[in-house]
Write a new protein. Structure first.
Length: 126
């Protein structure tokens, strides 16, 4: 198991890694909409936070030499399902024709009172 970290995405705010490579897979910890420099939420609205989450995921993947096209599964955690439509549009824009498996659930609360968190699994082989 190899741990991965990049300063282009928010540092872990607890005892975990940004990502871990195990075999042919990279497991990305859940990303919040945190600005990696300030370590504060990028904004208070779902669109801004979602864009930042997707950017953070992209940066962690880049650090492993991968991109969004290598993602095979995501889990989207939402503070409110009322945000699903907006998140879905931004998610579709980011992933384009690549459509990894996905789950989306509403949760009672997220760290730092974020509105969204996304975790991902990517394949490392070509």
């Amino acid at each position: 198991m190899d741990r991965l970290a990049t300063d282009k995405a928010p540092a872990a705010v607890g005892p975990y890694s940004q990502a871990v490579k195990a075999g042919d897979f990279l497991f990305l910890s859940g990303q919040l909409g945190l600005d990696p420099v300030t370590m504060k939420l990028a904004g208070e609205d779902i669109e801004t936070q979602t864009r930042q989450v997707l950017s953070n995921i992209t940066e962690v993947l880049k650090a492993a030499g991968l991109d969004l096209n290598k993602v095979v599964k995501t889990t989207v955690f939402l503070y409110s399902m009322e945000h699903f439509k907006a998140v879905n549009a931004l998610y579709a824009e980011a992933f384009g024709e690549h459509k990894p498996a996905r789950s989306a659930v509403q949760v009672v609360r997220l760290p730092m009172d974020a509105l969204i968190e996304i975790e991902a699994i990517a394949i490392c082989n070509k």
